[in-house]
Design a protein around this ligand. Structure first.
Ligand SMILES: Nc1nc2c(ncn2[C@@H]2O[C@H](COP(=O)(O)OP(=O)(O)OP(=O)(O)O)[C@@H](O)[C@H]2O)c(=O)[nH]1
Ligand SMILES: [Mg+2]
Length: 401
């Protein structure tokens, strides 16, 4: 899920396999009333996360409660990771992963079934490619990505001498996997020698920013990372309270301020994060449309001020996109990137009516720009385990079966 780069995390795999900090946290839907949180808590510590194991700890003797940790790997038969290598946080156990994939598959079914329907009893002819073109365009893949995908498919069909539509379907899954693979990358924690890793999170209203931050915080805390949240959405009390609920639920610090300047909150948070020795500071920002120029300017200011607090920060500028936004998602990527210089994306709500093809369009855009813009996570629901790292092959499989 994450790529931990600091020495303190090496050997954290055992800690990550311990039961989660709160027994109900893994399954709790995010419908908790924001009113349950203190309005402007500076520190919320009712439920401290599981204490990290010392780096040299032997494999945890405590039994792993099946299903208790959505992110823990199955008990490892393999040796612990080498002390000198960066620690990749384990992925979910097979059962959880399966459930999550099921939700992704169900979410993408509309697109998937229209793509797979093309292969039902079809012959491999021009009509098949035309139908595939229509299905990909309807899935929001965009004209250029669609053309490139079909070009690659034709090439592979020829090279493989495929004669059955089923073979073409498998080849299309491989084509889509390869197309999306450049978007796949773990999110790094601790790349800089000292001070916290700072992530700034932006997006349009209701995209899922705060919820995603809450989920990320839980997963980070669960892997032994200390987190501080910055409620740089200072306009709405409900926004602060919503983040406060997450801070409380995860037992992490939050810097929040009634009214006031979002950039000042972000500055305070980064400074406090360093002073308190936190591993990660996550800055939540208010939703905004790229057309609201003064609000986009405010985002730029938050970024500048974060840089003042810590010259190497923000280490990630993440855009959260609602997967249901279709082609407009690409417009959002371009606009927020122009304003902020994005380093990564998180696509939420792929359990809804999202068609999924927009990831192909984003992959096309990153190729055109000759740059890297990973989709670090995708969200397929409101539970903690519904946020998972993006995996190109899984995604293509969910689309095409
Ligand atoms: N179905 C589904 N709902 C989600 C997902 N992620 C977030 N949500 C829901 O989307 C709604 C909006 O989420 P927020 O996290 O408040 O969105 P936001 O971007 O912080 O919103 P603003 O701060 O108002 O701009 C909430 O009801 C979340 O529970 C997801 O992956 N799937
Ligand atoms: Mg929010």
């Amino acid at each position: 899920m994450f790529r931990f780069l600091k020495q303190k995390f090496f050997g954290q795999r055992e800690a990550a396999e311990a039961p989660p900090p709160a027994p109900d946290a893994s399954a709790a839907p995010l419908t908790e009333s924001p009113a349950a949180a203190p309005a402007s808590a500076s520190t919320a510590k009712p439920r401290p996360p599981a204490p990290p194991q010392p780096p040299s700890a032997a494999p945890a003797p405590a039994p792993v409660t099946p299903g208790a940790d959505p992110m823990a790997a199955p008990p490892a038969a393999a040796a612990p990771p080498a002390a000198a290598a960066p620690a990749d946080a384990p992925t979910a156990p097979a059962a959880t992963r399966q459930g999550w994939l099921g939700r992704l598959t169900a979410g993408l079914r509309k697109t998937g079934s229209s793509l797979t329907a093309v292969f039902a009893g079809a012959r491999i002819d021009e009509a098949l490619y035309e139908e595939l073109e229509t299905a990909l365009l309807l899935a929001d893949a965009g004209t250029q990505a669609t053309a490139r995908l079909l070009e690659d498919l034709r090439r592979r069909v020829k090279a493989e001498r495929a004669t059955q539509p089923e073979q073409v379907r498998a080849l299309l899954a491989a084509v889509i996997t390869d197309w999306l693979r450049p978007l796949q990358k773990p999110l790094a924690v601790g790349a800089q020698p000292d001070g916290p890793t700072v992530w700034m999170v932006a997006g349009v209203n209701g995209a899922g920013k705060t919820t995603t931050i809450g989920k990320l915080t839980w997963h980070l805390a669960h892997h032994g990372a200390t987190v501080l949240l910055a409620a740089a959405d200072t306009f709405r009390a409900a926004a602060r309270e919503q983040l406060g609920v997450w801070a409380q639920r995860n037992g992490v610090d939050i810097v929040s301020q009634e009214g006031g300047d979002p950039a000042a909150v972000a500055y305070d948070a980064v400074t406090a994060g360093r002073a308190r020795g936190k591993d990660v500071v996550i800055v939540d920002t208010a939703g905004r449309l790229p057309t609201q120029l003064h609000l986009m300017e405010e985002l730029r200011k938050i970024k500048r001020v974060v840089q003042k607090a810590e010259p190497s920060a923000p280490h990630e500028v993440l855009l959260v996109i609602d997967g249901n936004t279709g082609q407009n998602a690409l417009a959002q990527v371009k606009a927020f990137d122009a304003a902020l210089g994005l380093t990564g994306l998180i696509v939420t709500k792929l359990d809804g009516t999202a068609k999924g093809g927009v990831l192909a369009a984003i992959a096309q855009w990153t190729r055109e720009q000759q740059r890297e813009l990973p989709v670090y996570f995708i969200g397929v629901g409101e539970k903690l385990e519904d946020l998972q790292p993006f995996d190109a092959r899984e995604f293509a499989t969910a689309l095409l079966g």
